[in-house]
Design a binder for this molecule. Structure first.
Ligand SMILES: C[S@@+](CC[C@H](N)C(=O)[O-])C[C@H]1O[C@@H](n2cnc3c(N)ncnc32)[C@H](O)[C@@H]1O
Length: 213
């Protein structure tokens, strides 16, 4: 496996564990119906791309970004996949002018088991009107029994809610211990739609979305 020079063994272990999982998280499966058919999807810190891959058939384009794209090499010639190898935590935000994702917008952004909190605002900015954010990663409390334990990689209580408050409609949010899953731990999950401005209602409330597909 190719690595950046300062990637720790611990991080490698966590990544390897994730690469062995081929199916998408049930959180994406549950809310994927909210993603526009033919839309543009960003799978951030994609790893082996299990989430973006599950949407390739119905998305117009899926952009996979990770600092290690070896597990995505088979997608390089795929007509609707774009693979970008980049450090999401470099001094220049990937979304900033001259960043690798500068000026790009998406109908859905999927982030699973990855956190670099400085990017949260940029992620919301990068969503098109009506775009969907599907986020799931480890949260505070996880350190008591499993990796990741670094607080920089663990969401605080309500942190994903705060990231979208006033900017997106929250369709679903959870925070708690999940045991019956491939990688057990304390997780926080959010599904939100950027449609607070799209009201067709007299009271100004945003559109209602089906909770199941
Ligand atoms: C735990 S894995 C999760 C992979 C995938 N999202 C999944 O759920 O299967 C975390 C991923 O984040 C990537 N990653 C970690 N730090 C990164 C950085 N600074 N820039 C880009 N990718 C990074 C790793 O290479 C790894 O593929």
């Amino acid at each position: 496996m190719r690595n950046s020079p300062n990637v720790s063994t611990t991080t490698d272990d966590v990544r390897a564990k994730h690469l062995r999982i081929k199916v998408p998280t049930p959180w994406l499966v549950r809310f994927q119906h909210l993603i526009t058919d033919g839309g543009r999807v960003l799978d951030m810190a994609a790893g082996g791309g299990r989430h973006g891959r599950s949407l390739l058939d119905r998305a117009g384009e899926v952009v996979f970004i990770d600092r290690d794209t070896q597990a995505l090499d088979d997608l390089r010639d795929h007509p609707t996949a774009t693979v970008i190898e980049a450090d999401l935590e470099s001094e220049l935000s990937p979304f900033a002018t001259n960043g690798v994702l500068a000026g790009e917008c998406y109908d859905a952004v999927i982030v699973v088991n990855y956190l670099y909190r400085s990017l949260l605002d940029d992620i919301v900015d990068a969503l098109n009107p009506g775009g969907v954010l599907i986020y799931e990663t480890f949260a505070r409390g996880n350190e008591a029994f499993a990796r990741p334990r670094n607080p920089d990689h663990l969401l605080k209580s309500g942190e994903l809610l705060s990231a979208v408050t006033g900017r997106m409609q929250v369709v679903a949010y959870e925070h708690g211990k999940v045991e019956a899953t491939d990688i057990p731990g304390v997780k926080q999950r959010l599904c939100a739609v950027k449609d607070l401005e799209n009201s067709g209602r007299d009271d100004g409330d945003p559109p209602v979305h089906p909770l199941t597909g």
